[in-house]
Design a protein around this ligand. Structure first.
Ligand code: NAD
Length: 469
């Protein structure tokens, strides 16, 4: 099939390259000339394991091309995916649909023959109706079926998620789109990935409901972690004990500094607004948003408490900046609020992240950057582990301690064991675990719960960084 993808960010690029890898002929369009030039040279503007190799092999096979010109891609395409950003609208938290609407207008002007237009961006209920209306008013002769096909991939494991999805949700109102969408996803369908056909509005809501539920699950265990600290229980064991119940499941029950990223914060906020607009308030989601917002900043107070209540003039080394490992994405990362909280209280912050430092430089003021975990430990009064990159999981604690001013480790991802760290002479603070540790609280248990791919799966390197919108 000939497929056009509009928007070559995390979702558009991964969608485009994976569909090309299925054997389709794909043209990815982005209005960002620098991004397209880089892609055409085989340089990947984002860090996503395995992406570089997959782009390169599909470009060589002639199945994947890049352009800034939508009119070069749309007329021939049987399916056109819209994968542009839907950030929070400044001021009110609604999803900003201006990019989606602009693309719909552009598509309408150059469409030829029957075409399926697919919204892959995360969009509020009713956006498909609006896209169809925009196309029909811009070009009354356009013959289109507008479909909702939300994306559930996780950054850091995006290719695997796209190729081995739990489900593919396809919302349509025009039956002609069913066979086209089945053809787009045929290789996955043959692999038994469930293709779930629904109405368009239902599909749009499934995406928000899924993200809101996961955000709620994280926030729930974070509150349980606080309770664990108050009563002397161990949140990792509570989470495991809960998660082994099949009705609950172990994923997304890792206590930490609060969720961040390009999706959960904006999608929960947008869902709250959708509920309000339809006079059907989503109070659980509203509360989740409020708790998570406060939690990120509260983590800086946890660090300050670990440092004896005052960080003025002290140096804090930060390990990990991105909102999760295996991505360079800094959008809404908890590190931003935590570092700001520390700087506001007079600390000097030196940070290191394996992939996120270029993006972080544009977002965080008054922070210095080190070249490694060991570099930021030099003269530090405390180290704070914010993102659980694999390279932080087995640090040489003696080496760290030998250059630090005082041996304090605040582990906001519960990567280490209290007894292990204490053996090396560190004062150790983690999230929701009793100070003395608990007998069976192991980092193995944390690994089993982890939602991130194991070490050794990290692939491509980025050569050019995206600018945070
Ligand atoms: N990032 C994720 O993990 C993820 C997962 C699932 C769903 N989503 C959703 O997918 C959508 C895209 O997210 P993303 O993270 O890929 O965004 P992104 O910001 O990385 O990429 C969006 C791209 O669209 C381009 N663009 C904007 N307007 C354009 C236009 N008129 N023509 C051509 N290109 C245009 C931008 O230049 C940018 O490269 C969002 O709705 C998001 O909520 C994201």
């Amino acid at each position: 099939m000939k497929i056009a993808i509009v928007g070559a960010g995390y979702v558009g690029l991964v969608t485009g390259v994976c569909l090309a890898d299925f054997g389709h002929t794909v043209l990815c369009v982005d209005k960002d000339q620098r991004k397209i030039d880089a892609l055409a040279r085989g340089e990947i503007p984002i860090y996503e394991p395995g992406l570089t190799e997959l782009v390169s092999s599909n470009m060589s096979a002639g199945r994947l091309r890049f352009s800034t010109d939508l009119s070069a891609a749309v007329p021939d395409a049987e399916a056109v995916f819209i994968a542009v950003g839907t950030p929070s609208r400044r001021g009110d938290g609604h999803a900003d649909l201006s990019y989606v609407h602009a693309v719909a207008r552009e598509i309408a002007t150059c469409i030829e023959g029957f075409t399926v237009v697919i919204t892959k961006s995360t969009v509020p209920v009713g956006t498909g109706d609006e896209v169809a209306r925009i196309i029909a008013t811009t070009n009354p002769h356009a013959d289109v079926a507008v479909v909702s096909n939300p994306e559930f991939l996780r950054e850091g494991a995006a290719i695997d998620d796209f190729k081995r999805p739990d489900r593919i949700v396809i919302g349509l109102e025009d039956e002609r789109a069913r066979s086209v969408m089945t053809e787009v996803y045929r290789p996955l369908y043959l692999n038994q990935a469930p293709l779930m056909f629904t109405g368009r509005r239902t599909a749009e809501l499934i995406k928000y409901a899924a993200n809101a539920f996961l955000a709620m699950k994280i926030t729930f265990i974070n509150e349980i972690a606080d309770l664990c600290e108050a009563v002397g229980a161990d949140v990792q064991q509570v989470a495991r004990g809960m998660g082994l119940d099949n009705r609950i499941g172990t994923k997304f029950l890792n206590a930490g500094p609060g969720y961040g990223g390009s999706c959960f914060p904006k999608d929960t906020l947008a869902m709250v607004k959708i509920g309000q607009d339809y006079d059907s308030p989503l109070r659980l989601v509203e509360t989740t948003v409020a708790i998570n917002d406060q939690r990120k900043r509260a983590m800086s107070r946890k660090v300050i408490a670990a440092c004896g209540g005052d960080v003025r003039g002290k140096t804090i080394g930060v390990l990990g900046l991105t909102f999760k490992p295996n991505t360079d994405d800094m959008r809404e990362a908890p590190s931003i609020d935590i570092i700001q909280g520390l700087v506001d209280r007079g600390a000097r912050v030196v940070a290191y992240d394996p992939q996120g430092m270029n993006c972080a430089r544009e977002l965080i003021d008054k922070v210095e950057f080190g070249a490694s975990a060991y570099d930021v430990a030099i003269d530090a009064d405390a180290l704070v582990l914010i993102t659980e990159w694999n390279e932080f999981r087995s640090l040489d604690l003696d080496r760290l301690k030998s250059t630090m001013k005082s041996a304090i480790l605040v582990d906001l991802r519960n990567v280490y064991r209290h007894d292990e760290v204490a053996k090396h002479g560190f004062e150790y603070t983690s999230v929701g675990r009793p100070a003395g540790g608990s007998p069976a609280s192991t980092s193995d248990a944390a690994d089993q719960q982890s939602d991130f791919p194991p070490a050794g799966r990290v692939g491509g390197q980025s050569t050019l960084r995206k600018k945070i919108p």
